[in-house]
Design a protein around this ligand. Structure first.
Ligand code: MG
Length: 385
């Protein structure tokens, strides 16, 4: 394995920071050529000084700041609002890690697959919005997509070396989020602080709220369907609070291949960077005797209707998953700002999903239009509450 040149979009978030930890462990194998962030430009400055990328992307405010702090001789300081696509398409880039959250990742994701890169997405939104187009373009341009999301990484690994035609079912595991053992009657009084204390994975705020509503798992169902070309009824969500089995694939003979590991994002991140090789991660081994048992439960669709809504959006298809994503992004944002209460997140998103006139086989332009429509509609629905 030679040295891989890496771009990290969203290097100051939790996935970005962990990606740099992986990179740091193997300086002879990975060279950081691009880092981007939005508002955390002080951390980006630190990262830039340490990893010496040739390209930085940041918000316009950050551009002014970094130009004073970093000599522009070696490093180009660009705007994330305009230049993400050109950064990921640079000729010398081998791997693009998409650690930024939100719909804004769609443009650079497409640019990366169109340039035939290895793309390692932790971002779900782009695949939910336009998974069919992304996968189609990846095939056309010889891009490889190695997901970072722990469940998708697990499925990817369980499919390695197997015949796709022999697949029977995918078990997408879910830790259950912060509300697994909280009765539904208590949901509405929940504060942002309570929601953000997620038991298994340390993550960004938006995804932690999505884990609590289980919309995150719904997005993962959609994402898995796109990434692995599955039928909707081939994907089963399974609650597994210990989050040790990251997902499983059952084959026609009844054999089940599972991927297990400690809950540390450096594992799937490193696999995406080194695929098809594996390297010592320095992480501790799993102690099964200490662990004693793994438990499982059926998801409670009444308690977490967002999961069912995501299945519905996936079955209806077309522009609907994009609308689901945009409405959820807006509603969760309002919840985090304290404007919307917890149960209303689902109510608002479900209403927007119902109000949408589905465009089947949408183009990127039609997807972007659906995204804009959904955000406006969500604000309208919220204002009428
Ligand atoms: Mg996940």
């Amino acid at each position: 394995m030679g040295c891989k040149n890496i771009v990290i979009l969203g290097s100051t978030g939790s996935i970005g920071i962990n990606t740099l930890k992986v990179v740091e462990r193997y300086p002879e194998r990975f060279k950081v050529v691009g880092l981007t962030a939005y508002n955390n430009f002080k951390l980006l400055e630190k990262q830039a000084k340490k990893f010496q990328p040739t390209h930085l992307g940041v918000s316009d405010k950050g551009v002014a700041y970094l130009k004073k702090k970093i000599s522009s001789g070696k490093t180009k300081i660009l705007s994330v609002n305009r230049d993400l696509e050109s950064i990921v398409s640079l000729k010398n880039v081998d791997v693009v890690v998409i650690a930024m959250r939100g719909a804004g990742a769609l443009g650079p994701f497409l640019a990366a697959v169109r340039s035939g890169k290895i793309v390692a997405p932790a971002n779900k939104e782009a695949l939910v919005m336009a998974g069919d187009i992304i996968m189609q373009e990846a095939r056309e341009h010889g891009a490889t997509i190695v997901p970072i999301d722990s469940e998708q990484s697990a499925i990817f690994q369980c499919l390695n070396g197997q015949k796709r035609s022999e697949l029977k079912k995918v078990f997408l595991t879910a830790s259950g989020g912060a509300l697994l053992n909280v009765p539904k009657s208590k949901f509405n009084g929940l504060t942002v602080g309570q929601i953000l204390s997620h038991p298994r994975w340390k993550m960004g705020k938006k995804i932690t709220v999505d884990s609590a509503t289980m919309m995150n798992k719904g997005f993962e169902v959609i994402e898995a369907q796109k990434l692995f070309n599955l039928k909707t009824d081939e994907i089963d969500v399974l609650i597994h609070p210990e989050a040790i089995i990251h997902s499983m694939v059952e084959y026609v003979d009844g054999s089940i291949i599972a991927q297990l590991g400690i809950t540390d994002m450096r594992l799937p991140i490193q696999y995406a960077l080194t695929y098809p090789d594996r390297l010592d991660s320095g992480l501790k081994s799993m102690n099964f005797v200490e662990l004693k048992k793994l438990t499982f439960k059926k998801p409670d669709y009444k308690k977490f209707p967002a999961l069912e809504l995501a299945y519905y959006a996936l079955k209806k298809g077309g522009s609907l998953p994009c609308v689901l994503n945009a409405a959820d992004e807006e509603a969760v944002e309002s919840f985090l700002e304290g404007i919307l209460n917890f149960n209303s997140i689902y109510d608002v998103v479900a209403k927007v999903v119902r109000n949408h006139k589905i465009v089947s086989s949408p183009s990127i332009k039609q997807i972007m239009d659906a995204d804009i429509w959904a955000r406006e509609e969500t604000r309208k629905v919220m204002s009428q509450l």
